[in-house]
Design a protein around this ligand. Sequence first.
Ligand code: UDP
Ligand code: MG
Length: 335
Amino acid sequence: MRSSMSSCTVILPALNEENVIEKAVAAIFSAFERVNLDIVIVDDGSTDGTWEKIKKISKDNPLVKGIRFTRNFGKEGAIMAGLHEAAGDCVIVMDSDLQFPPKTAVEMFELWHTDGYMVVEGVKIRRQKESFIYKLGASAFYKFLRRFAGLDMNNTSDFKLLDREVVELLKKMPERQSFFRAITGWTGVRSAKIYFTVQPRIGGATKWSYFRLMKFAVSSITSFTTLPMQLVTFTGFGFMLFALIMSVQTLWMKASGKAVAGFTTVIVLLLIVGSILMISLGVIGVYIAKIYDEIKFRPRYIVSEISWDDGRKSKGIKPDKDFMDILAGRKSHRE
Ligand code: UDP
Ligand code: MG
C-alpha cells in the first residue's frame, strides 16, 4: 500500500489533436477526481491549432503543462519528453484522442497504489474496425517478436502506468530509438496487466499509414533481435546444400552422357541467389543504419516552447535556447 498522498502524472503525446485535446484533458481530470493528478501534454510538431489549445488549457489550469517540439519527432520522442517532465510518484502514458478510457487509467492507478506493481500494462481486448491486412500484419509482427526476441507483445499498447523508479530507469537508457511498448517488459520489473477496449476516436484522424506501420515494425524488430541478420548466414548454408545436390546431379548427367539441358536451372538459380543476396544486404543495411543513428547521439527531440513561464518549476524540460536562437538567426553556427 502506497501513501495516500501519492501523486500521478498523465502524459499525453499529441499530434494535430486540436479537436480533442480539451475534451481529453477534461475527461481525465474528472475521472481522477480523488487523485493528486497533473498532466503533461507534448505537442509533437502539430501543424494545426493544437499548441494554442494546449497553452490555453495550461494557463487556465496550473496542473497542466505543455511542451512543444520544433517538428514532428514521433510519439516515442514525445513520451520520452513527457517522462523527463513528469513529477508524479507514478506516470500514466495515454493517447490524447480518448481511445484509451480514462476509467482504465484510474484502475491502473488503483492497482499500483494498493498492490505495489512497478508497471501496469494496458492490453487491448478487441481491435475495432481494423482491416484484414492490418490484422494479418500485426499478428505476424507479434509472433515474430515473441518467437525470436522472447517478447510477449500481443495486443500491447502504449497505454501504461510506470512507477517513479521505472521512469528514472527509462530516463537513463541511452538508446535513441527506444521502443516504449516493449522496453518495460524487457526491464523485467514486477508488472500487472489490465484489459481495456479501444474506443473509437472522438475527433481528428489517425496518424498511422501502412507505410508508417511497416517502418515501425522493422524498427521494433531490429531493436530487439539480430536474428534477421543471422538468417542471412543460415540461408547461405541452405544454398550450399542445394548447390552440392545440383553439382552431384550435373556430374551424374555428364557421366551418363545425357545432354546438359541446364539453361532453366541456371536462370532460376541466378534469380534466387540474386534476390537472396539483395535482401540480405538490405537486412544488414537496416542494422548498420541503426548503429549509425545511435552513434550520432543526436537528441531525441528539440523543445521550442513550454507553456509554463509563470513561476511553475521545470522538472527537466526547458526550451532549447541555443537552437531557437539559431533558428531565429540571432546566432551563427560558426561562433
Ligand atoms: N502521436 C504523436 N506523434 C506522432 C503520431 C502520433 O504524438 O508522430 C500521438 C497522437 O496525437 C495520439 C497518439 O500518438 O495521441 C496515438 O496516435 P493515433 O491516434 O494516430 O494512433 P492510433 O490510435 O490510430 O493507433
Ligand atoms: Mg488513436
